[in-house]
Design a protein around this ligand. Structure first.
Ligand code: KG4
Ligand code: ZN
Length: 344
């Protein structure tokens, strides 16, 4: 039997600086140490992520974050078998910080550097602590985050095919941008979902476009909310009740769209497993509605539960894909290179 490998993961594609150490024995990922330095407080000041600001933060936090992950794992860097790093997609100046750090570690420790595509990381996030021998493929993944909304089919452990994506805004972006219209702080997803719990989801009827397709579009929702809020604020400020009702109706439009499209995709692609990943998967109403639909309409499909602690950006998921690439002896480049447009 081959010895288990220790992989360091690094993630700096957007607004979290993250590092993690994972062990992999060929069928199960085990998290030894994970550290995430969030920049949310900084980006709240500008109501969104400014790439250069994010990159500057990554520069100051990357080394302490790697050190913390190693300390949590109780190992020294000399014990590492490889270093995996998010190489794309993402913000170029932000990606470059993680990639530089990974290349430097690879060179000084004389270990391989493994470039990882960020979205594949979001899929693998839900396989942590799962026995991979029991995971039935093909798997349909729906990744809903601040930058992405994609249906991906995984037919082998490193065999991915994109089936659909957003043609404009991502689901998380729809939450964030409509929250801004309601003057709620960044990031909007958690704010909208808090207010939504107090409001009526049928108060306003917002659009659910492209229902018959695998692709998504959320830009129309933002425009529709903008018009509605303009109309409501002609005479006076929004009341607390109106804000709650708007939040509930926005969340309902996004969730209803996602659930109905997932139902169509499951009927069309006939997979054995489904999984929901990405930051928006932190939304409990979305998770419950998807689980209910799958249990009722596709009882033969296993719903691989979202690992809530690894739904938003982290390095555990990046280390997991890296470990799999190392295990499968995928051909690796000498150095990783930031690739902001890297598509599956
Ligand atoms: O995966 P992630 O951390 O970063 C990207 O790769 O984009 O996702 C962040 C997104 C943000 O748009 C945020 O508003 C959204 O996830 N989000 C939520 C919730 N928590 C985070 N959206 C809806 N409901 C939530 N509870
Ligand atoms: Zn992400």
């Amino acid at each position: 039997m081959e010895k288990s490998k220790l992989i360091l993961g690094i993630e700096t594609s957007c607004d979290e600086t993250a590092a993690a150490v994972l062990s992999f024995s060929g069928h199960r990922f085990k998290v030894l140490g994970s550290a995430v330095a969030s920049q949310v407080a900084i980006h709240k000041l500008t109501g969104g992520v400014v790439p250069e600001v994010a990159a500057r933060e990554h520069v100051t936090t990357i080394m302490p974050t790697i050190k913390l992950a190693l300390e949590k794992a109780g190992i020294t860097k000399e014990k590492l078998s490889a270093v995996a790093v998010t190489s794309g997609p993402g913000l170029l100046p932000a990606l470059m910080v993680g990639v530089d750090a990974a290349n430097a570690l690879s060179m000084s420790l004389n270990i391989p550097v493994i470039p990882v595509q960020h979205i594949t990381g979001h899929i693998y996030a839900n396989t942590i602590d799962t026995d991979l021998k029991k995971l039935k493929l093909p798997l349909l993944a729906l990744i809903v985050s601040g930058g992405h909304t994609e249906f991906i089919k995984m037919s082998g452990f490193l065999k991915f095919k994109k089936l659909g994506r957003t043609v404009d805004d991502a689901a998380g972006e729809a939450f964030d941008k409509t929250a801004k219209i309601l003057s709620l702080p960044y990031p909007g997803g958690p704010e909208i979902s808090k207010k939504a719990a107090l409001g009526n989801p049928a108060a306003f009827n917002f659009p659910r476009p492209m229902m018959g397709e695998d692709n998504f579009s959320f830009a129309g929702l933002k425009t529709s909310v903008l018009y509605k809020v303009d109309e409501l604020t002609k005479k006076k400020k929004l009341t607390e009740k109106q804000i709650n009702d708007l939040a509930a109706s926005i969340q309902e439009a996004i969730i209803d769209t996602i659930v109905r499209k997932t139902e169509k995709a499951l009927a069309k692609y006939k997979v054995k497993t489904f999984t929901l990943g990405g930051g928006v998967a932190a939304n409990s109403v979305l998770r419950e509605r998807l689980a209910k639909m799958i249990a009722e309409k596709f009882p033969e499909v296993k719903n691989l539960e979202t690992k809530k602690e690894y739904a938003t950006d982290n390095a555990v998921m990046i280390a997991a894909v890296g470990a799999m690439k190392l295990w499968k002896k995928e051909k690796l480049p000498k150095f990783a290179k930031a690739n902001p447009q890297w598509e599956i």
